[in-house]
Design a protein around this ligand. Sequence first.
Ligand SMILES: Nc1ncnc2c1ncn2[C@@H]1O[C@H](COP(=O)(O)OP(=O)(O)OP(=O)(O)O)[C@@H](O)[C@H]1O
Length: 769
Amino acid sequence: MDGLKKRKSSDQVANAPAKKKAKAHQSVSKSTKKATARKPISANSLRWQKAKLPDMFNDSEGFFGLEEVEDVEVIRHDDNTVEFRAAKVSTTEEIERDEGDENGQDNEEDEFEGFGDDPAPQASKNQPSSLPMSEIEDVTTDAPVAKKQDKKVQKQEDKKVQKQEDKKAQKQKKKAATGKAEDSELQSNVFSTLETMEDTQDNMDLSAWVALDLSPRIVDSLAKLKFPKPTPIQAAAIPQILEGHDVIGKASTGSGKTLAFGIPIVEKWLELSEEDDASESLSKTPLALVLSPTRELAHQLTEHIKNLCAGLPNSPYVCSVTGGLSVHKQQRQLLKADIVIGTPGRLWEVLSSSSDLTNSFRGIQYLVVDEADRLLTEGHFQEAAEIFNALDRTEQDEEQGESAPSPRQTLVFSATFHKGLQQKLAGKSRSELMSEKDSMEYLLKKLNFREEKPKFIDVNPVSQMAEGLKEGLVECGAMEKDLYLYALLLLYPNVRTLVFTNSISSARRLAPMLQNLNLQTHPLHSQMAQKARLRSVERFTGAKQGQSSILVATDVAARGLDIPGVDLVVHYHVPRAADAYVHRSGRTARADKTGLSILLCAPEEVIPTRRLIAKVHSSTGKGSKKKNFFVQTLDMDRKLVNRLKPRVTLAKKIADANLAKEKGNKDDDWMRNAAEELGVEYDSDEMEKVGKWGGRGGGRQEKQKQAREMTKAELGAMRAELRELLSKRINTGVSENYIATGMVDMDELLRGAKGEFLGKVHGLDIETL
Ligand SMILES: Nc1ncnc2c1ncn2[C@@H]1O[C@H](COP(=O)(O)OP(=O)(O)OP(=O)(O)O)[C@@H](O)[C@H]1O
């Protein structure tokens, strides 16, 4: 304690404000950490100097004559003895001191705080109450009564370190934010409805769910999803499924069919997972297989069921098996899956590759066929049949030529079903059905229901259309659809619009054309890579509420896709069948919301389209007020629409040229590869000639060649012209609505001003829906 005696007023230090004591304690412990490598020295051999105190200390009794020493470490041993070590301040030590600064220690300001009104309790936070006074005293040796010069350097270094730390923190923050953005871009937020609102349960009356005999965990999870009560199809189907019946459910688009089968399946999983040995048996065989006609729908169903499970304390493993993703990964996932949701093509590919997998799938307890009428009739026919066959027949059955009755429950859902289906299923004999090999009825029979008469639940037998849907029709020339589509999009700005085409090539062409017209547009069709498809839907839905966003899609998006907040559906091409009209229009006005569906019809399409829509609205035959449903016509101001023509023509030309160039490059690549394989030299002109003289496709190739050969300069000139046109005001001339102004600011319009001047809306205004 020699060194301490040198200070004439050590007891005064002990009485110093608590904050200082805390600092002192911390310094001791730091010093202790660093001490091991250096030699002990005696207190007397330390280089004590008279401490320079601030003026305000001059008359401060007791501090007078205080001496200070630098670069010394004080080590307190367990037996309460103290040792000093000469400390050469190393870089790490400096950093440690800087850290101290960050915590508000060891700087000038802090010293003065000690004499002000700084409340002691703050400092005492750092100071263990059991700390002996002697320890606090020790610290003054290390106390910062250093030379001004040193302090200046110290301060500069502090600032530097602080700056570096700030930069680091900022970088990390930025990284986290970008990471989040990237994640959310890849994650299909379209399909996500989950918002964890912890307080929702408090105010929600959940009795309607409870009445369905659901477990409290599921009800809790539904409350977290903010679903206060079941939709009609859910209320009708869930009890039947829970009772073990096979169910065929029909309900309009967007009416909650997914959870109608999803809830009982997850409920069953919870029940099984509680039973002894359940986990073992569940891991071998999936509980449920859900078949979906499209990849997007499969992913959406997966998300929807995952969202339901997210609110549960433990949840099943839900996985989707669709084309466009790695087969090997999916095979691995299938080994542990509880609920499998997939498209028939990929599922069959994966299942047929492994007899173990096929065997394990024979034990599923639920087979769900979503959008059944499409899945069983279009394209997937063969693969779906193969899957059902594989699920039903054991090797023994194969030998005997029969399949055993299905042990599983079969659940079939759609918004549209063939008339009289139930009757046929229940009443007709197998042989009669067998004669209609390709019909949906035949395949439904193939589903091998467990019950002779599955429960048929039709919650809205009169109309398949959603309540909040309004429908309209625009008549235009067959070659004017691009123009009228553009006009319609201007007429309904600031909304989410889904444009349906009958062909991939139209979707491919329209998306860039509308982009050229400064409209935020994304394509979606089955020839796009899976990632690009997801990205398009993401971007479409990523637009903020009140901002214009357009998705141009083929019928790949018509079925089941639950894209939130679609306000307007435009049928660029008239749908080929009534059910397509129902499903396309069903992308809007979902879950009790409102929406608008508008068809662009060439004159010759008007009558058959009206007939088709009337058919959709007609009842099942028992007579209905809606039998003669007449879809409203939107009167567009044709003169005015024609003023938009130059810009649409240019936008189309630019889009076509780009597409031709893209296609040309691909064709060239293909031909070059083919030539290489054949061992001949590739000459594009020669190849072109072969195409031209060779007959088929020659004319088309010529056209494409012209578009492809459009120079960059020509394209640039067209772009400039279009830009100019887009920036110009449209003279509305004698338009009824805008006769007073005579001019319309297109820029303003594209920013979202209303385009009412383009035509009369007859109550088909989105705001009035
Ligand atoms: N009980 C409920 N209460 C409120 N919203 C619900 C409820 N059940 C489902 N929803 C929501 O309704 C929307 C439509 O549900 P879903 O996609 O299951 O409809 P769908 O009947 O399968 O439609 P489609 O025939 O077009 O496939 C979803 O956004 C879903 O989250």
